[in-house]
Write a protein that binds this ligand. Structure first.
Ligand SMILES: [Zn+2]
Length: 248
């Protein structure tokens, strides 16, 4: 199964279209963190079936943030199976699409001459990047904490969107960073820990503050929204990303 790799015991990275989904397994039960593009639903489903499970075995759907490239299987599984969707209290309204904090086609026009931008746009369009989807009844993280397979702990990392969240998996020293910290992106020339190109961010400036919340976590495996998993103390990865973002 090429689109599925186990980055730590019972923690799986699933590759969608230039974007990652994460499966947490606890016995027969699963948690899905992020769901790729609408066109990545099949990839999510086949990864789950490769683990010998069914989408119905997912107990909860978690969203780092309500951008279309992370919502695909989350919205689909919610609709098809009634699995609850949880996200940050601030992000719930974004998920409903009361407003949209996402770059759209016109934001990329000034970049079209750059190498790789047009093929990337065409590829994500085929994956459903221009579809309009929402989840009307997403839930805010319970104040008492999440009780889901894999024991994910939300870490507020507001900035990329107003309610962006990372998820810490303390027993395995893993942090799912979403788009607060990535390791590669088709529009980035560098690999390794970095911020996304600024065109993707809603709240410029806050993305730097969000990194401070990651740096204090006890984690040495980074599982980002975009790019491969990285084994490195998260404080070091944050320091590298900060160096690089201040360099340009
Ligand atoms: Zn993203």
């Amino acid at each position: 199964m090429t689109n599925l790799d186990e980055v730590a015991p019972n923690i799986f990275r699933v590759q969608g279209t230039h974007v990652n989904m994460v499966i947490l397994r606890d016995g027969d039960a699963l948690t899905l963190i992020d769901g790729g593009y609408p066109g990545d639903v099949g990839a999510a489903e086949s990864a789950i079936r490769a683990l010998g499970r069914r989408p119905e075995d997912v107990q909860g759907l978690l969203l780092t943030h309500a951008h279309i490239d992370h919502m695909g299987a989350v919205a689909d599984f919610h609709e098809r199976y009634g699995i609850p969707v949880y996200t940050d209290p601030i992000e719930v309204a974004h998920l409903r699409r009361d407003y949209l904090e996402q770059a759209t086609g016109k934001d990329f026009v000034p970049m079209l001459h750059r190498h790789g931008v047009l093929p990337w746009l065409l590829r994500i369009a085929r994956a459903g990047a221009t579809k309009k989807i929402s989840v009307r009844d997403g839930l805010a993280f319970p104040a008492t904490g999440l009780d889901l397979p894999g024991a994910p702990v939300p870490v507020a990392t507001h900035g990329h969107t107003s309610g962006h969240t990372a998820f810490h998996l303390p027993q395995h020293g893993v942090v799912v960073t979403g788009d607060a910290l990535v390791t590669a992106h088709p529009l980035s020339k560098i690999s390794g820990p970095q911020l996304l190109p600024p065109v993707f961010d809603h709240g410029h400036g806050d993305t730097a503050a969000a990194l401070d919340h990651l740096a204090v976590l006890d984690a040495d495996i980074i599982l980002p929204g975009h790019g491969p998993a990285l084994t490195m103390p998260v404080a070091d990865a944050v320091a590298r990303a900060q160096e690089r973002s201040s360099a340009h």
